[in-house]
Design a protein around this ligand. Structure first.
Ligand code: 7RM
Length: 674
């Protein structure tokens, strides 16, 4: 079928030649603001990069209006640049404007440059990549759009996509945008229950999946996970099934053979006209309660913001090959494997495999083979690869690389240095990019800035255009001194920010706009140096970050508590040499609990209800948890125990039963050694 063989292969060889020529003829950079950023040509008096940054903050609306006019193709020009009321969580960009996102990502490039490669699908087996041109991706999207339309998917609907990275997943996302439906991509590593919860919350009537996925040489039957999920989702009327492998799959009356039906669809699909603030997609992410939240992103602002950050943070130029190895199930995959690169008419790699398959040289062998110019990955993978030694890197030609990116969690100095000196041979700027599902795109990063401006290892550095960070002190007031730490807030709306939480706008207000009225609160802490450089210090709430995957401790506790032997539990993050953070669970058993293999029972429950990455690294069985007299678990104490910092446990005056703490300290020593 199309995914594995078919029409997409044909154009591959000629495109390869075209790409290398374009790379060779790259233009030189200039310091003048208008040459660096053509969108800024009309800003009177703005001469250099610093001036442009200041302009984007002092004249936010003029800045974004000019950029929006230049970078996006509008059906109807917008009449209003920005309308907002942060305290009500209301943010609207480019109202009155109308456009179609799929037209912006496909048609305009398919028209001017049809044979340019849009996607390089880097399949699990090295050397089996498939190139898809803009013409082909547009055709694929149109057929999928016509199929969705014929099967009654329309504006206002939400389609859940449960697929690994592949061209048809991207075409499905863009087909939704073409016909006006929202998409809800669920990471294909989530369990049936986690998938069902997201389908139900999104009220999807249509799900798109593959028969099975292939990753790291391992085949996983995704369709049967969808079958199990859909049994508990009354809203689902149809499941489109794409054949990733040749293995036959049992079809139910709800199932539709997607590629087969696409064959008879027309390759032209009329795009619907969408308002700037219509919903483009939902994406579920973890918060500090047990229930994941469906963040809502809208059309024009999101597309503009991903396009601008993709261009200027990575210095993406025409003809470059952009390699973001994040899965499309996360925001990084949405913004920098799909929307940003395609809005810019770029060539984007879709990575199906793992950093160590078939061996730890995979990334760099791929960089050599595909001639990747910008590589964007996660610290957890860098830390893992560093352990295997430099040989796996040096074996391959990395001379195509120009920029190295990092995202998802803080990158420690050792990993940063290795990435910079070994992977990038000291030639490539490393951009540590801070952002969130909520921000839609990169907010703090070393670039853009003057081409040779300083980058300090482990620092996200500077706010992007239009971003105004503010640090808050314990009293909730903006920190005024230099060289200070605080809760990281953003003081101005930017076009890429989420607009709501699906079905729960009040939670959106409460989570992001209540703590510091008039500001967007990120949930992270940060330090700002006297030069104005930011370093992210980590989450301030009960969200942890396991291998760059965000997960709420409450979510894990909910599931651990569902095990029949468990009375209650407390989950916290603990430091982990590769994953960044690991999961540490304190578990109280029921009185009559059978002690048989409780660890594997808990692990199985977590992986079947959430996902494998959420499984505890350590489970400590305890008699009781340290609680306040009002019954709140004192997680602060548990954190100190796990960090082996029990010298000063802080104020324990509200603790109900101080003896509990000593028991826990001893138990921790027994479990993890001294
Ligand atoms: C893009 C993404 C968001 C959380 C965020 C931070 C952490 C992300 C960095 C980082 C330090 C970074 N979206 N985080 N990037 N911490 N330095 N460069 O990861 O919604 O899944 O997670 O990730 O805590 O709030 S996310």
């Amino acid at each position: 079928m199309w995914l594995s063989h078919g029409c997409v292969k044909a154009a591959a060889s000629c495109v390869g030649r075209r790409l290398s020529r374009a790379v060779a003829g790259r233009r030189k950079k200039s310091h003048a603001a208008s040459a660096f950023m053509p969108e800024a040509a009309g800003f009177l008096g703005v001469r250099d990069h610093g001036g442009l940054q200041e302009f984007s903050i002092s004249q936010t609306e003029s800045f974004w209006a000019a950029v929006a006019r230049r970078r996006l193709e509008w059906i109807t020009p917008f009449s209003d640049v920005l309308d907002y009321d942060m305290e009500r969580g209301k943010v609207r960009w480019f109202q009155g404007g109308q456009l179609n996102v799929s037209v912006n990502c496909l048609d305009r490039h398919a028209h001017s440059n049809p044979d340019k490669v849009a996607l390089i699908w880097e399949r699990d087996e090295p050397g089996s990549e498939v190139k898809v041109t803009y013409r082909e991706l547009l055709e694929m999207t149109c057929r999928a759009g016509n199929l969705l339309r014929r099967r009654s998917v329309k504006k206002g609907d939400c389609v859940t996509i449960y697929m690994p990275p592949c061209p048809l997943a991207v075409a499905s996302m863009l087909a939704c945008a073409r016909v006006g439906a929202a998409h809800n991509v669920v990471f294909a590593g989530f369990s049936a229950e986690a998938l069902a919860e997201r389908i139900r919350d999104a009220r999807s009537s249509t799900v798109i999946t593959v028969n099975e996925s292939v990753r790291g040489g391992k085949v996983t039957p995704l369709k049967s996970t969808v079958d199990a999920a859909v049994r508990n989702c009354p809203t689902v009327r149809q499941v489109f099934v794409v054949m990733r492998t040749d293995a036959p799959v049992a079809m139910t009356p709800k199932d539709v053979a997607m590629e087969e039906e696409m064959m008879s669809e027309d390759t032209v699909c009329e795009p619907v006209t969408m308002d700037s603030e219509d919903v483009l997609f939902l994406l579920y992410t973890s918060g500090s309660t047990g229930k994941p939240k469906g963040l809502v992103h809208t059309q024009a602002g999101y597309l503009l913001y991903t396009s601008l950050t993709h261009k200027y943070v990575f210095d993406y130029n025409d003809g470059d090959v952009f390699g973001c190895v994040a899965d499309i199930g996360w925001i990084t995959g949405h913004s920098y494997a799909v929307y940003g690169p395609l809005a810019n008419g770029g060539t984007s790699v879709l990575f199906e495999s793992t950093p160590v398959y078939p061996d730890p040289g995979r990334y760099w062998e791929m960089v050599e083979r595909l001639k990747i110019n910008q590589f964007y990955g996660a610290p957890t993978a860098i830390r893992l690869l560093l352990k295997y030694g430099d040989e796996w890197v040096r074996k391959y030609d990395r001379s195509s690389l120009k920029t190295l990116g990092s995202v998802g969690e803080p990158i420690n100095t050792e990993a940063w240095e290795w990435y910079h000196t070994v992977v990038g041979e000291g030639r490539c700027p490393v951009v540590d990019t801070w952002w969130q599902t909520e921000t839609g795109g990169i907010c703090i990063a070393p670039r853009p800035s003057e081409p040779n401006a300083e980058i300090i290892p482990g620092m996200a550095m500077r706010p992007f255009f239009g971003i105004k960070p503010t640090l808050m002190d314990a009293e909730g007031k903006p920190v005024t001194s230099d060289d200070a730490s605080g809760a990281l807030c953003l003081a101005k709306p930017w076009p890429g920010m989420a607009r709501s939480i699906h079905n729960d706008h009040q939670r959106f207000i409460d989570t992001y706009f209540k703590t510091y009225p008039g500001y967007f609160f990120t949930g992270d802490g940060a330090h700002c140096s006297k030069e104005g450089y930011y370093q992210i210090t980590g989450r301030l709430d009960d969200v942890i970050n396991v291998s760059g995957h965000r997960i709420g401790t409450a979510e894990i506790e909910d599931v651990v508590n569902q095990c029949s032997a468990v009375a209650e539990s407390a989950v916290i993050g603990c430091s982990h040499p590769i994953k960044g953070q690991g999961v540490y669970a304190f578990v109280v058993l029921k009185q009559d609990a059978q002690n048989d293999d409780l660890t594997s029972q808990i692990n199985n429950t977590v992986s079947s209800k959430i996902a494998k990455y959420a499984c505890p690294d350590h489970i400590q069985f305890v008699q009781r948890l340290p609680k306040t007299r009002s019954g709140k678990i004192m997680r602060r104490v548990l954190r100190k125990v796990v960090e082996r910092d029990v010298g000063d446990l802080g104020d324990l005056s509200t603790l109900d039963d101080p003896a509990a703490v000593q028991e826990i300290i001893q138990g921790h020593r027994d479990l993890c050694g001294n």
